[in-house]
Design a binder for this molecule. Structure first.
Ligand SMILES: [Zn+2]
Ligand SMILES: [Zn+2]
Length: 283
């Protein structure tokens, strides 16, 4: 059962339970974030950003590749990941290809913190450092948009049209931080890459929510506790904050209430909890 939420102009669709599986598609940006589950709808998307190599984030990649083949996609997807795990992932896919008697192909792109690549003409992704016991990355996606130069912004439409027809250069481009993604990390990743705070939409983990798990215990596992978000509340200038990767110790139907009680109301308004409207599993 997939969950779908909207965060401004973006849709986030997929499934996420901390330690169990996480895979989110953002169709407007043509991106899949992690491959811990293989929803059929994600198979149509050609770029996958992997945060790290834990099974709850990459375990379903072979199934995702199989579904792509079934749906007639012949081009291997681009899979962006920490450069340290490229060889291991390719070896795993080679072993599974042998097992299946069917080639599971990807176009691997290894990145280091600070690297940036073009995804398409108007879209770029930058890798940022995250802190987990294995090689890991967060991502910042920027979109280049065209807008009127400031000196033209006050002009009426017909005048702008006339100037444009006369060949005046009325547009300038601006790089907009469209999306940040940070999961399976100490919250310090945000302190080291403060652009994450400022992305229009930030999708980040908040694995633990209250004193059923202490901040110290959360940090020992390299995960984020809600207390640490509350501590930094003023810094979250993002328009939408999608919190996900909640631990299964919280029932989906209690997450929103905990956020209501613990977040400052102005920040709570921007927070979109990524939880299903049904229990994670029966019983
Ligand atoms: Zn995880
Ligand atoms: Zn992990």
């Amino acid at each position: 059962m997939l969950t779908t939420v909207t965060a401004g102009a973006l849709t986030v669709r997929g499934i996420s339970v901390g330690g169990v599986y996480t895979s989110l598609a953002v169709p407007e940006l043509r991106l899949v974030l992690d491959a811990g589950s293989s929803p059929r709808s994600a198979a149509a998307i050609n770029t996958i950003l992997l945060s790290h190599g834990h099974a709850d984030h990459v375990g379903a990649l072979p199934a995702m590749l199989g579904i792509r083949a079934l749906s007639g996609k012949s081009r291997p997807p681009r899979v962006v990941m920490p450069s340290e795990i490229v060889d291991d992932l390719m070896a795993a896919l080679a072993a599974l290809s042998k097992l299946q008697r069917f080639p599971l192909e990807i176009e691997p792109i290894g990145m280091q913190p600070g690297d940036e690549i073009e995804l398409r003409n108007d879209l770029r992704v930058r890798a940022v450092r995250t802190f987990h016991p294995v090689p890991s990355l967060g991502y910042l996606v920027t979109r280049r948009i065209s807008k009127l130069k400031p000196e033209y912004q006050h002009l009426p439409g017909p005048e702008i049209g006339a100037r444009r027809r006369a060949g005046e250069d009325i547009l300038e481009s601006e790089d907009r931080l469209e999306l940040g993604y940070a999961t399976d990390t100490l919250i310090n990743a945000l302190d080291h890459a403060p652009d994450l705070f400022a992305a229009r939409t930030l999708i980040m983990e908040c694995t633990f929510l209250d004193d059923r798990k202490s901040v110290e215990a959360a940090r020992a596992g390299c995960h984020v506790h809600l207390d640490e978000i509350v501590e930094r509340a003023e810094r979250f200038t993002c328009e939408h904050l999608v919190l996900m990767h909640f631990s299964q110790i919280y029932r989906p139907d209690e997450v929103a209430g905990i956020l209501d009680a613990r977040l400052p109301p102005w920040l709570r308004k921007r927070v979109v909890p990524f939880v299903p409207n049904k229990p994670y599993w029966p019983g």
